[in-house]
Design a protein around this ligand. Structure first.
Ligand code: ZN
Length: 164
């Protein structure tokens, strides 16, 4: 999705690649362990076993992820209480996104393993994407403006208090 190009985002990805390389290669563990605030890391919510975070390079505005604290590649390696909580948080994300963005639908799911398209294959995570009818056009409209970097912060501000 080159439509969403932004220098700001590129800088973020590059810095995380560097940090992650120094940290065993896991961006999610790096986010959990770094000294930046939740706001700087775009973490919307921390539960007992999982956290909710904005996708920094979203396919679409409002692209959320639920990520376990534990560094695990496979869903079926995780404890039941962790995956139960992950699904509860997924439902909460859907409710919040519906309230804030009124999407027409959702994509919710996981890519487990590189072969399945996982961007961070070693640390599983659930994607929650709001979708709109014709949102390829929607993305073009918003993507060609300079609002994408701002929009991530705006998205955070809109959603943050819905999780508190
Ligand atoms: Zn990890």
């Amino acid at each position: 999705m080159d439509i969403l190009w932004s220098p700001w985002r590129y800088a973020y990805i590059k810095s995380n690649e560097t940090d992650a390389a120094a940290n065993g290669g896991c961006i999610f563990c790096d986010i959990l362990n770094n000294s930046a605030s939740d706001e700087e890391n775009f973490i919307l919510h921390r539960a007992e076993f999982n956290f909710v975070i904005l996708n920094i390079y979203p396919y679409i505005s409002g692209h959320l992820m639920v990520v376990p604290d534990a560094h695990l590649a496979d869903l079926d390696c995780a404890a039941k209480e962790s995956t139960d909580e992950l699904m509860d948080l997924t439902k909460r994300c859907q409710t919040v996104l519906r309230e804030v963005y009124q999407p027409h639908g959702f994509n919710i799911g996981m890519n487990l393993g590189k072969a399945a398209g996982a961007g961070v294959a070693e640390h599983y995570h659930q994607h929650i994407l709001p979708r709109w009818i014709g949102d390829a056009n929607f993305m073009t409209v918003i993507g060609e403006t300079r609002t994408i970097p701002e929009d991530l912060r705006t998205t955070y501000e809109k959603l943050k208090n819905k999780f508190s």
